[in-house]
Design a protein around this ligand. Structure first.
Ligand SMILES: Cc1cc2nc3c(=O)[nH]c(=O)nc-3n(C[C@H](O)[C@H](O)[C@H](O)COP(=O)(O)OP(=O)(O)OC[C@H]3O[C@@H](n4cnc5c(N)ncnc54)[C@H](O)[C@@H]3O)c2cc1C
Length: 499
C-alpha cells in the first residue's frame, strides 16, 4: 500500500486534514490537480470557533499576522450586525483574511509535518475494495495508480469521490446568482463594512487587503444571469450606482465572479473506506461566510478519528461518528443560509424591507443577537458524544479557552495542551487517584495535566476530571460530587480506546 490515507483535493479543507493526519504520524498524501494555490480571495472570514480550533494547533498566531480582526459578523446583511465580542471565547471576533493566504499557511504546515503534496495530479477514478482503495491519477508523471487504506474526498462541490461512491447530493439547484468583484477604490468608504438593501438590490462591501475591497451584490434585474457568464467592471460599477448611489471610484478589478445559491448535502459522509469533507459534502450560498469555516471544523473532527483507526486504537463506532456528528450541524447550516438567501436575495419589495427592519430591530435585543451570532460563530455546536461515563452538562460541548496553573506554579492556556493533537485528560481535583488510575492502564494516547483554574469558570467550577477530544470537544467531565469517582474515571479513560 502506498499510503494510509489519500486526500483528493488540496483546498483549505484537504490541507488542514493532511496536517492533522501527519501530526498523528499517519502516512498521508494530497492529490491536487492545480499546480499552485488559488490566487483568489474566496472565503474572507474565519469565524470564532474556527479560530479556536486553529489556536489548538498553534496556527491562529500565524494567521493573525496577516488578517484583520473584525468584532462583528452579519446575518443576511441586516443593518444590526452580530456582536461576536459577547461570546465567551478568546477568539471573540472574525478574522478577515483572503482564502489564498489561509491556504498557503495550511499547506506550509502540512508539508512541515510530513504530508506529501502532489500538485498537478488529477484523480480520474477511485475503486475501493474490502482492504484498500485504488486511485488512478493523471498528471506530469503520466497515468498511475496509487493505493491507500482510506480515501478522503476534499475535492470540492463537483467531488469525484462523491460521484463515484454514488452518494446522493440532495438539495436544490440555484435560483439566483450574485455578482462579486475584488477591486480598487479611488475613494474608499470610511466605514470598514458597507451594507445596503433597497428596491434596487442588496450590496455588501468589505476590505480584502490594504489595496482591495470586495463588492458583492444581488441585482433583481440580473439575478437570473447564469453563474458562468463573465462579470465586467461596468456591471459592477452600474450595480453599485443603482443600489448604493456611489461607485467609490471603482477600478482595477483583480477578480470578478458570479456565484449561485445551489444548496445540497451529501446523503452520507462515509461509504466504507471513502469519506467526504468540506464542499464535497455540502454546498450553499456563501451567506455569512461559513463554507470554509465548517469545512475546517469537520476536517478537525475527522482527522483524529481517521488517525485512531489507522493506528489501531479507534473504539467501535468512532469512524461512523464523523457523519453522525457533522451531518446535523451542516443541515442546520443549510437552513441558516437558505433563510439568509430568502431575506436578502429573493424579493426586494417594501414588505421585505419592512421585514428586514423588524428582524434588525429584534437583533438589538442581546439574547436574539447572541442566538444568531453563536450560530455563525459555530460556538453553538454540541455533539452527542460516544461512550460518556457521566451526565455532566459539559459533555459534547466545545472547550472555551481556560487559564490553568500547574502544581509547580506555571501558568498555561488549556489550548496549549492540544498542540500534539492528542486527547487531554485534565484533572482539576488535585486528587492522586487520577495518577494511580493512569499508571495501571495501558492507554497512552492522551496528554495528562493536573492543574487548578486560575480564575473561576462557571462551567468548570465543579469539575474533578475531564477528557477533552483532540478537536477540542469535551468527551466527558466528572463532577466532584460523583459518588463512583474512581470507577467513572477508569471507565472514561478506557472509553477512548478500542476494547
Ligand atoms: C465567492 C465566494 C465567497 C466565499 N466566501 C466565504 C467566506 O467568506 N467564508 C467561508 O467560510 N467560505 C466562503 N466561501 C466558501 C469557500 O470558498 C469554500 O467553502 C471552500 O473553498 C471549501 O474548501 P474545500 O477545500 O472543501 O474545497 P475547494 O476549495 O473547492 O478545494 C477543492 C480542491 O480539490 C481540487 N480537486 C477537485 N477535483 C479534483 C480531482 N479530481 N483531482 C485532484 N484535485 C481535485 C480542486 O482543484 C481544489 O483545489 C466562499 C465561496 C465563494 C465562491
Amino acid at each position: 500500500m502506498n499510503y494510509d490515507v489519500i486526500i483528493i483535493g488540496g483546498g483549505p479543507v484537504g490541507m488542514i486534514l493532511a496536517g492533522e493526519l501527519a501530526l498523528a504520524e499517519v502516512k498521508v498524501c494530497i492529490l491536487e490537480k492545480l499546480e499552485d494555490t488559488t490566487p483568489y480571495s474566496r472565503a474572507l472570514s474565519i469565524h470564532p470557533r474556527t479560530l479556536e480550533i486553529l489556536d489548538l494547533r498553534g496556527i491562529k498566531t500565524e494567521l493573525l499576522k496577516i488578517g484583520k480582526p473584525l468584532p462583528t459578523g452579519h446575518f443576511a446583511g441586516l443593518e444590526t450586525r452580530l456582536d461576536f465580542t459577547v461570546i465567551d471565547s478568546s477568539s471573540n471576533y472574525s478574522l478577515f483574511i483572503a482564502q489564498s493566504e489561509t491556504e498557503k499557511v495550511l499547506e506550509r504546515r502540512s508539508r512541515e509535518l510530513g504530508a506529501e503534496i502532489r500538485r498537478g495530479t488529477e484523480v480520474t477514478s477511485i475503486s475501493p475494495n474490502s482492504e484498500y482503495v485504488e486511485v488512478t491519477v493523471t498528471g506530469t508523471e503520466g497515468e498511475m495508480t496509487l493505493t491507500a487504506a482510506y480515501v478522503v474526498g476534499a475535492d470540492g462541490a463537483g467531488s469525484i469521490v462523491r460521484k463515484q461512491a454514488n452518494i446522493p447530493f440532495n438539495g436544490t439547484d440555484a435560483t439566483l446568482t450574485a455578482v462579486q468583484g475584488d477591486v480598487v477604490f479611488k475613494r474608499p468608504p470610511t466605514s470598514s463594512v458597507v451594507s445596503s438593501f433597497n428596491e434596487n438590490g442588496m450590496i455588501m462591501i468589505v476590505p480584502v487587503t490594504k489595496e482591495l475591497h470586495r463588492v458583492v451584490f444581488i441585482d433583481p434585474d440580473r439575478k437570473s444571469i447564469p453563474k458562468d457568464t463573465p462579470v465586467t467592471l461596468e456591471e459592477l460599477r452600474s450595480g453599485m450606482l443603482r443600489i448604493l448611489g456611489d461607485d467609490y471610484g471603482i477600478s482595477n478589478p483583480y477578480w470578478m465572479t458570479r456565484f449561485g445559491n445551489a444548496t445540497r448535502q451529501a446523503d452520507r459522509y462515509r461509504e466504507g473506506r471513502l469519506f467526504l469533507v468540506g464542499d464535497a459534502a455540502h454546498i450553499h450560498f456563501p451567506a455569512g461566510g461559513q463554507g470554509m469555516n465548517v469545512g475546517l471544523q469537520e476536517a478537525m473532527n475527522l482527522g483524529w478519528k481517521l488517525a485512531a483507526q489507522v493506528k489501531g486504537w479507534a473504539p467501535d463506532g468512532l469512524l461512523d461518528s464523523y457523519h453522525e456528528e457533522r451531518f446535523p450541524v451542516n443541515s442546520a447550516l443549510l437552513r441558516n443560509t437558505r433563510v439568509q438567501t430568502l431575506l436578502f436575495g429573493t424579493d426586494f419589495s417594501s414588505t421585505t424591507i419592512h421585514l428586514r427592519r423588524m428582524i434588525a430591530d429584534l437583533l438589538e435585543y442581546p439574547e436574539a443577537n447572541y442566538h444568531l451570532a453563536s450560530q455563525i460563530a459555530a460556538v453553538d455546536v454540541r455533539y452527542d458524544v460516544l461512550n460518556t461515563v457521566s451526565a455532566h452538562p459539559l459533555n459534547g460541548r466545545r472547550l472555551a479557552e481556560i487559564k490553568l496553573r500547574k502544581g509547580n506554579g506555571d501558568l498555561l492556556s488549556s489550548y496549549e495542551l492540544f498542540r500534539e493533537g492528542k486527547y487531554v485528560l485534565l484533572s482539576l481535583g488535585n486528587d492522586p487517584i487520577v495518577e494511580s488510575i493512569i499508571r495501571r492502564l495501558p492507554i497512552q494516547h492522551f496528554t495528562y495535566v493536573s492543574a487548578t483554574l486560575v480564575e473561576p469558570a462557571i462551567d468548570w467550577n465543579n469539575v474533578h476530571t475531564a477528557m477533552i477530544r483532540p478537536d477540542g470537544y469535551i468527551a466527558w467531565a466528572i463532577s466532584n460530587q460523583e459518588s463512583e469517582l474512581e470507577q467513572c474515571i477508569e471507565e472514561g479513560i478506557k472509553s477512548i480506546s478500542k476494547k
